[in-house]
Design a protein around this ligand. Sequence first.
Ligand code: ZN
Length: 415
Amino acid sequence: MESALRVAVLACGAKVLARMLAEAGSGRREETVLCRCGQRMESQGVRGKELLTILGPVAYERSMFKCPACRATRYPGDEALDVVGTTRSPGLRRMMARAGSQSTFKDGRDDLRIYAGLEVSAKDVERVAERIGQEMDTWSQEERQRRLAEDGPEPEKDIPLMYVSYDGTGVPMTRGELAGVKGKRADGLAKTREAKLGCVFTQTTVDEEGYPIRDPDTTSFVGAIETAETFGWRIYGEAWRRGLARVRKVVVLGDGAEWVKNLAEMHFPRAISIIDLYHAREHLSGLCRILFGSNEKRMERERRRQWALLDAGRVEKIILHARRHLPVDPDLKKAAQAEIQYLDKNKERMRYAKFRAEELFVGSGVIEAGCKTVIGQRLKQSGMEWTVRGANAIIALRCVMKSNRLEDYWESRVA
Ligand SMILES: [Zn+2]
């Protein structure tokens, strides 16, 4: 009974909506309609199209205008209703985008049928989600550009402490997208391409023991499969949008990857740069294995000692100790020297005692969790294969969603 009633009520609603749309689509216009080329356009009478809405299909007629000079056409009614070049209403697109961003496109289709009584295909969900993801990416990029172009920071309150953190994670790709991409597999081919994800959040308080607490609901995400250079501007733009100019102290948190460091130096030169403590510990464990791997007990003892030194930020002492115990075996020696070089190069980013004294985060858990929830949960399910275009659209969609900015986006479209 309730399902049948829902169908009837929706059909009723669709009729009411059709009447309202008829008024929006045609009728006398006060303003003249201008072409992009500047010419005044001429009315060509009404044209019909069927709109798919959350109430079901709705017949809709609207005036068409044509430019006498360049023959371009415009439908002012479509522009007012935000249905230019699509037969799907904004309300339906919004549901489809959400459904497609949350789960597989097939699951999205089933959810829409069960929750909303809407019949769409999985391919439809994919197309709509992808298009909206692209539009969201353009929207957020334009917003960042606009903020960067503004003269000075807005006269708002200072932000005491901002964290910028970013990382990479592999996304499984279709064969065609992997040509020329080097991989770690035995045959030298890659199965994935790296998506870069960044986040910005603030911190103002610490708990009773002096450990930092992330300000609730301040984390925003940006990401894409793109070069480090392009991504650098993306994360910088996001930090700027979040008020970088008003920030008193900036912290860049990441693993020890070279691109992470390079972007920090280029875009956040006055930031305190910190290597994630757990990554640093892993490097030390690796070093201990190289130096003392032949003696299990000793290796464990050394590892604990080195970790304690690391916590104290005494990287020079760790390096000195390692140099004194370099193995004779040439391969092991080389490996040890690589680790020593890594420590030496990054020592200023491993002053954990100092960072802790300043009550700063020293772990990049937020961005690592982000890689799982923003990207992994949706894009790395078994059997999935993506194109760069499709993956980037869904990443953009999920970044906007996980940044709690979906409503901002739809409001900007209404405006
Ligand atoms: Zn024209």
